[in-house]
Structure formats: structure tokens, C-alpha cells
Design a protein around this ligand. Structure first.
Ligand code: HMG
Length: 393
């Protein structure tokens, strides 16, 4: 049977970051609540001239860097931070990175789950058209509001992957466990810029759906716990993933494993998330990038279990096997450069970026210049967003 899956994987984070120690100080909270209680060190912050489109275009440009673009006939854009009720954000990305006109573009939404939906939608297409490729972009800005309990679990990033037959990084396996339930743990009405959340309830659901989707996946695939070497989880906060994985080990009756073996299943996948924060749709796949980039061991042939959770809720369990020679297709140095180049913000600078209001009067408004990647939001004009690309960045 033809292998289909992830051929390249690149992410983008903005050039600004807030250390949660500064947030803790501003809120009068012990920083250990964030560092150890949530397992989160920093969160990525967008300046006003970055949005889901600029982040996505930067990630996508890297993901397609050695490709024949005419093979890409589909761009799937997963987000829950949409900038328009009608036009798909992916159309801007399609233009900014110069994809051919013969290309389908669509935006998908279901909280943090839609990246996984996009992935699953692409697989039958690639089986039918093995010479074509699909560009999947997941891009989000997590916002709960200044001073809210969710504030320390904000963040932002974009992740782009090219999906193809005979992929270089990961072959996806066909079995999956999937559950949908109508719950109100996290939502964002159209008139709000910030999400509403029942934090503790959402964490409970995250755990409950893990158990349900895993059970289904296990029954359908006939694979058990020890058929998987590593695990990637959607990562709203790293500590929740650690708790979920311990619970997972317990329900599979593997409590006898040594603590460092259990830690090793997930440790590398959480590295980038601790520095970025929640990136919603991108988060699970940034976890995969983190694992592939950080693992010292050769992961060729190793099976990874994936848990995708999107509030509201849809959850899915699936798996993939790392391809031999995968390291040659990684973008590790670029990812590390992006994280290292970031400029630390003071609390006041963070609050100023966060509170920036985009004018809504339809006039022409230049957006203040900050440090960005190759693309930036240059101005608003007649209710349109105008993006620009730096030629020599
Ligand atoms: P919270 O009220 O900020 O934190 O909520 P807490 O009071 O539960 O404390 C967290 C942990 O820190 C606790 O440990 C404390 O004991 C510990 P635990 O009891 O859980 O083991 N702690 C300390 N540790 C060391 N030193 C200290 C200290 N003080 C306390 N001094 C929560 C945390 C994640 C719920 C909150 O940040 C929140 O509401 N976040 C947003 C929602 C969220 O992330 N939910 C997760 C599951 S839902 C999901 O993943 C979907 C989502 O991504 C959205 C989508 O799908 O689009 C969110």
C-alpha cells in the first residue's frame, strides 16, 4: 500500500516573547505556578503587523522551499482566529508564496482540532492523486484577555506541512479513534476578540476524550500502548499533557514503568511548546516538530501516537511512523533560529501590543512597523488587509 503523510514541516513564531516571570510579577502570582504548575516558561506575542496570514505565509514559504509548486493543488488553512467571515485566509497565503492558480483553497474551523481534520481530508486525495501535494497551514493567536485565568496559556504560531505520497518525515496510518460531543468548555462568539473558557471543565474533557478516542483507535488498529515509542499531544499547557500521559499510562496498566521512561515518551515533544504557549491548531504539530528536532535518538521506524483535541468538542487519536532518512527533511536550524532571535518584551510592551485596536472605519491606516518575518500586514484600506513581502529578508 502507498504511504502518504508529512513530507515537510516548518513553523513560524513572531519576533516577540513574554517571559511568564514578568506576567507573574504583574499579576502578583508566584511564578512557580506558571513554570511548574502549568509547565509553561514563555509565550509568543504578535506585534500589530503580524496576524494569522503573515505567520502562515512565513511557515508555508519554508515548508515549500525545495518543491515544484505546480504539484500543490490544495491549500488547507486551519484556524480559529479567522480575520474574515467569508474569504479564506489561505487565499492571501496562496498569493504571498506564489502558488499556481490551479489550486483549491479553503479555511477550516473546529477549535484546535481543524488541523487534524485537514490532515485527514488530504489523505484520500493523495491516495487518488499520488503525484500531487497538499499544503496544510495551521495558524492561530490564542487570546483570553489581560488578567484572566487563561492569560498565561496564551501564545501564537503557525505551522505548515506539505503532505504527499512517499513522504520524507512521517507516514500516517489509516486507523483512528474519533469522538464528537456538544459541550461548552471554550468558545468565542463573533463579537468577541477573546475566547470564553471553563478552564477546569475543559481540562477534564481533554482527559475524558483521550480515553474514549484511544479505546476506539486501539480496537480498530489492534495496537496497544507498547506499539508506540513516542506520543504527541495537543498542548494547551505542558503540565496538562504530562498529567494526561500519566493517566494514559495508568489506564493501559503500565504504571510499573520507571518515571524517566514515561517522561521520555513526551519530553522532547513539549520543548517548543514551553517557549511558545498555546498555538491552538498548530500546537499538536509543533509538538511533532519539537520531537523530531530535539530527539537525540534516531526515530526512524518509530511509531508516534497523536492526540488531537479541539474544544466544543472533537477529539481524535491516530498514529504515524517516522520514515528513515527523516532528518534530511527537517527544518531544525531555522526553528531554533526563530526561537533564539526573539526579543523579550516588558510587561507594559506586551500589554500595549495586546491592546492594539485595528481601526474599523474603512479608512487608510498604516500599521506601525515592528520586527517581522518575510511578510507583514502593511495597512488597512477600505476594510481590506494589505500585506507586503520584503524582497531581501
Ligand atoms: P488555573 O486556575 O490558572 O490554575 O487554571 P490552577 O489553579 O488549576 O493551577 C494550576 C496548577 O498549578 C495546579 O496544579 C496548582 O496546584 C499549581 P494541579 O493541582 O493541577 O496539579 N500551582 C503551583 N505549583 C507550583 N507553585 C505554585 C503553584 N500555585 C499553583 N506556587 C488552566 C489552569 C489551564 C485551566 C487555565 O490556564 C485555563 O483556563 N486555560 C485555558 C483553557 C485550557 O487551556 N484548557 C486546557 C484543555 S482544553 C484545550 O486544550 C482546548 C484549547 O486549546 C482551545 C481549543 O480547542 O481551541 C484550550
Amino acid at each position: 500500500m502507498l504511504d502518504v503523510g508529512i513530507d515537510t514541516l516548518s513553523f513560524y513564531v513572531p519576533a516577540y516573547v513574554l517571559d511568564l516571570a514578568l506576567l507573574a510579577e504583574a499579576r502578583g502570582i508566584d511564578v512557580n505556578k506558571f513554570y511548574s504548575g502549568l509547565g509553561q516558561l514563555k509565550m509568543a506575542v504578535t506585534p500589530p503587523d503580524e496576524d494569522i496570514v503573515t505567520m502562515a505565509a512565513n511557515a508555508a514559504q519554508r515548508a515549500v522551499r525545495d518543491m515544484d509548486l505546480t504539484q500543490i493543488e490544495m491549500l488547507l488553512f486551519a484556524t480559529e482566529s479567522g480575520i474574515d467571515q467569508s474569504k479564506a485566509a489561505g487565499i492571501y497565503v496562496h498569493d504571498l508564496i506564489g502558488l499556481p492558480k490551479r489550486c483549491r483553497v479553503i479555511e477550516l474551523k473546529q477549535a484546535c482540532y481543524s488541523g487534524t481534520m485537514a490532515l485527514q481530508l488530504a489523505l484520500p486525495y493523495l491516495h487518488a492523486y499520488p503525484h500531487k501535494k497538499v499544503l496544510l497551514v495551521a495558524s492561530d493567536i490564542a487570546r483570553y484577555g489581560l488578567g484572566t485565568t487563561g492569560e498565561s496559556s496564551q501564545g501564537c504560531a503557525a505551522l505548515a506541512m506539505v503532505l504527499s505520497a512517499n513522504p520524507r518525515l512521517l507516514a500516517l496510518e489509516p486507523e483512528y479513534g474519533i469522538v464528537t460531543e456538544n459541550v461548552m468548555d471554550f468558545w468565542r462568539p463573533n463579537y468577541r476578540n477573546e475566547a470564553l473558557v471553563e478552564g477546569k471543565y475543559s481540562s477534564k474533557l481533554y482527559m475524558a476524550m483521550l480515553e474514549k478516542t484511544w479505546q476506539q483507535y486501539q480496537e480498530l488498529s489492534g495496537r496497544g500502548f507498547d506499539d508506540h515509542s513516542y506520543y504527541c499531544y495537543h498542548t494547551p499547557v505542558p503540565r496538562l499533557v504530562e498529567k494526561a500521559h500519566h493517566h494514559f499510562v495508568k489506564i493501559n496498566n503500565y504504571q510499573h514503568l520507571q518515571a524517566d521512561v514515561i517522561t521520555q515518551h513526551i519530553r522532547d515533544s513539549l520543548e517548543y511548546g514551553r517557549q511558545i504557549g498555546n498555538s491552538y491548531t498548530a500546537s499538536l504539530y509543533i509538538g511533532l516538530a519539537s520531537l523530531l528536532d530535539s530527539a537525540v535518538a534516531d526515530l526512524s521506524g518509530k511509531r508516534i501516537g497523536f492526540y488531537s483535541y479541539g474544544s466544543g468538542c472533537v477529539a481524535e487519536y491516530f498514529s504515524g511512523v517516522v520514515r528513515s532518512g527523516y532528518r534530511q527533511a527537517l527544518d531544525t536550524q531555522h526553528h531554533q533560529r526563530l526561537l533564539q532571535r526573539r526579543q523579550p518584551l516588558s510587561y507594559d510592551e506586551y500589554a500595549t501590543f495586546y491592546s492594539f485596536q485595528y481601526p474599523e472605519d474603512g479608512g487608510t491606516h498604516a500599521i506601525p512597523h515592528h520586527q517581522t518575518g518575510l511578510f507583514r500586514l502593511a495597512r488597512l484600506e477600505g476594510h481590506k488587509r494589505i500585506y507586503e513581502k520584503y524582497a531581501n529578508s
